[in-house]
Ligand binder design. Structure first.
Ligand SMILES: CC(C)(COP(=O)(O)OP(=O)(O)OC[C@H]1O[C@@H](n2cnc3c(N)ncnc32)[C@H](O)[C@@H]1OP(=O)(O)O)[C@@H](O)C(=O)NCCC(=O)NCCS
Length: 428
């Protein structure tokens, strides 16, 4: 064993920190957790301020690594949300939402993230969560652990008053109010959780729902407190938007911004009723929508999308932790009979040939097989196509999927697709 004080070495190789050193952290370690978090993600707020804020951290799923040479000193931590009922193509699955991944700079690049990823995958398997998803702080980090980019998001800056194509809003009324958890918390949770779009994760606990809508300073900043626009039909809430405006005065007059946090609306009249108002608050000049799926109805409803300067960015990254259970846990949009030869350097139990047979929209049969493979790909690419938003053809064109049996690629690519693009509308 190397000298424990030698911090330049790989701590795992030195035996000072191993996967066994990943320990469950309870609420008594909240301050230590926030300390490591603010070393990883710098903040101008003091720990005394931050410990007062409502926290979404799920105790029982929050793990850390302590420096064995200084017992009690936290070097790194991570957690994962229990997204128990997450839409995937044609079904819902328990998915782990990996988040709050932080390593104190003193211990970075010594294998602690790798150690925590080993522990995370073990916990996913123990909990029966065949898929792990995340938002990446930096896109270069997670491919090595088998995560593939599975959803892209569109970002717009919409000029105030941008024209929408007409949609009748008959029978709908709209209320615009201060957000109040006691009044609106349940309707937000219900309508948000009802949306059936792959990857559309929802806040899983009441503590998380409260934390998400609370007025903590980084959220509030220069913006007003959270507001809600509720769309009703026959007095029943059928959709809503959360938003905050920022007041500003420019040389040419009012220059406010409306930042829309999320819109939960599943039919065109509700979408239209919400956006028509969000796009036209007085004293504003622009509107910033939340993360939008590449097929979000707003993109088709806007008369002039170009004026919104659309940009795309990575949204969800997906890792199939248990390939067999994950492939069996979704549906396929066309008949499929394919043998996949999968590589997985991190979880070798997933590697090898898998047969997937399914009728369109039917429960698939997924099994190990000795048959000749049709397609060869890494588990990272299987994660990328899992939600139906990135195609096998697209990845093959980039040299990431190999077609071994002619004709198999196009057929499998169609079957793995889905009629709705994936997105998570909020960053977790
Ligand atoms: C990103 C972070 C978690 C990495 O932790 P770490 O303990 O230094 O990572 P490890 O030493 O286990 O590195 C594992 C591998 O990932 C690579 N890696 C780590 N961070 C990387 C980054 N930001 N970009 C590219 N590669 C990275 C390492 O080079 C190493 O590669 P190798 O296995 O090929 O040698 C840590 O630096 C951190 O907390 N950063 C700030 C907060 C953050 O970005 N968190 C991620 C939130 S999604």
């Amino acid at each position: 064993m190397k000298n424990p004080d030698d911090r330049d070495g790989d701590l795992r190789q030195s035996g000072v920190m191993t996967a066994a050193d990943v320990v469950l952290l309870g609420p008594d370690r909240f301050r230590d957790i926030l300390d490591v978090d603010t070393w990883a993600f710098p903040s101008s707020y003091t720990l005394d301020e931050q410990v007062q804020w409502p926290s979404p951290l799920p105790w029982g799923r929050t793990y850390g690594v302590e420096d064995q040479t200084q017992p009690g000193r936290l070097a790194a931590f991570h957690t994962s949300y229990a997204f128990a009922d997450t839409p995937v193509p044609g079904a819902r699955l328990p998915i782990a939402g990996l988040t709050w991944v932080a390593v104190h700079p003193q211990w970075r690049r010594q294998g602690l993230l790798r150690t925590m990823m080993d522990a995370h995958f073990t916990h996913c398997i123990e909990r029966g969560e065949p898929v792990s998803m995340l938002f990446a702080a930096e896109p270069a980090i997670y491919g090595r652990f088998g995560y593939g980019l599975a959803a892209r998001q569109v970002m717009l800056t919409v000029p105030r008053g941008a024209a929408l194509k007409p949609v009748a809003e008959e029978g709908l009324t709209v209320r615009i109010e201060h957000f109040d958890f006691a009044t609106h918390g349940a309707l937000v949770a219900r309508l948000h959780g009802a949306i059936d779009r792959p990857g559309w994760v929802t806040r899983p606990t009441e503590a998380h729902q409260r934390a998400y809508t609370s007025e903590i300073p980084p959220r509030k900043g220069e913006f007003e407190a959270l507001r809600i626009l509720v769309v009703e039909r026959d007095g029943e809430p059928v959709g809503y938007a959360l938003f905050r405006r920022q007041f500003a005065w420019g040389a040419a007059g009012p220059a406010g911004i409306t930042r829309v946090w999320e819109v939960a609306a599943e039919d065109p009249a509700i979408v239209h009723a919400a956006w028509r108002r969000l796009l036209d608050f007085d004293l504003t000049t622009e509107v910033i929508p939340p993360n939008l799926a590449v097929d979000d109805p707003l993109l088709s409803m806007l008369v002039d999308v170009r004026a919104t300067q659309p940009r795309t960015q990575d949204n969800l990254w997906v890792r199939l932790v248990d390939v067999g259970a994950a492939l069996a846990g979704r549906r396929y949009q066309a008949g499929l009979e394919v043998v996949l030869d999968v590589t997985d350097a991190v979880l070798p139990q997933n590697a090898g040939r898998w047969s997937v047979r399914a009728g369109a929209g039917q429960v698939p049969e997924v099994a190990r097989t000795d048959r000749t493979a049709d397609l060869a790909l890494d588990v990272r690419e299987l994660g990328a196509v899992y939600l139906g938003g990135i195609s096998l053809v697209e990845l093959a064109a980039a040299g990431l999927v190999t077609e071994l049996a002619p004709g198999s690629l196009a057929a499998a690519s169609t079957a793995f697709g889905w009629h709705r693009a994936p997105v998570a509308n909020w960053v977790f």
